[in-house]
Write a protein that binds this ligand. Structure first.
Ligand code: BEZ
Length: 258
């Protein structure tokens, strides 16, 4: 995860690998759009603990994984010692040699400075190089954000200022790509309701893993109160037969540097 621009640099990699494996499991579908070829040079931007980087390597490509979180990179190196992994920032990275492709799964919704990330990606590619990405789109986890906002109102906290995510529409993101010289050859927005692991604890785990910035100003006791209020609000719509489902909506994009 693909979390290149999270304000704090700490990610619990055990929690991530044990309970949120769906992040890279869903990402495998995106690999079909990348279609990595033997000998190609490819960057996995926001590689998390490296599972998709390894799949790209298995296709015979020369792949390197980067992530903003040093904990993720340490774990990726342990998982796949034969692959190069480095800490880097999506908004400001450079490569030694121009690449055939940049791949990014479930990361770019953490990067509010989308312009800077697109500029870095563009400069890293060869002419003809491709950028293949999937991330949260406009409306992603909207029910969860709405429930968090209303639970935080009880503590006079505005969720808007604590929201770490950027969820653009296709039009918005394709325009940013075109403005920086990319040809957008494929773009789709689709709902992807995502069942969470761990039964009844699934929503609380998800909030603790991914939405902790909303809770930053609260005590431990207040965390519990907010999470409970969010669960109560969402139960009728997102909890069925012992499983929580997060209301994910994805944007999937393929763009070429002419
Ligand atoms: C996502 O993959 O859409 C996502 C993951 C964590 C937080 C927000 C969105």
């Amino acid at each position: 995860m693909n979390n290149l621009s999270i304000p704090n640099n700490y990610w619990d990699t055990s929690l991530y690998e044990d309970k949120h494996a769906f992040v890279w499991q869903y990402g495998e579908d995106l690999l079909k759009f990348l279609n990595p070829q033997p000998g190609e040079s490819i960057l996995d931007l926001g590689c998390g603990t490296g599972q998709l980087t390894e799949k790209i390597a298995q296709a015979g490509a020369q792949v390197m994984g980067v992530d903003h979180a040093s904990t993720m990179i340490e774990k990726a190196r342990q998982n796949y010692p034969h692959i190069r992994f480095d800490v880097a920032d999506a908004t400001n990275f450079q490569v030694d040699k121009p690449l055939d492709a940049v791949f990014s799964n479930a990361v770019l919704h953490w990067v509010k400075e989308a312009d800077s990330a697109i500029a870095s990606i563009h400069q890293s590619l060869k002419p003809g190089g491709r950028f293949v990405a999937e991330f949260g789109s406009k409306g992603n986890v909207e029910a969860i954000v709405t429930a968090l906002s209303s639970a935080l109102e009880a503590f006079n906290i505005s969720a808007q200022t604590l929201n770490p995510w950027y969820f653009p529409s296709i039009g918005e993101y394709a325009t940013l790509l075109e403005q920086q010289g990319f040809d957008v050859i494929y773009a789709i927005l689709f709902p992807r309701p995502t069942p969470l692991a761990e039964g009844e604890a699934g929503m609380a785990n998800w909030i603790q893993m991914f939405a902790s910035s909303f809770l930053a100003e609260l005590s431990g006791e207040q965390h519990t109160q907010v999470i409970h209020a969010v669960e109560e609000q969402l139960k009728p719509t997102l909890y069925q037969q012992g499983t929580w489902t997060a209301d994910y909506r994805r944007i999937r994009i393929v763009a070429i540097k002419p």
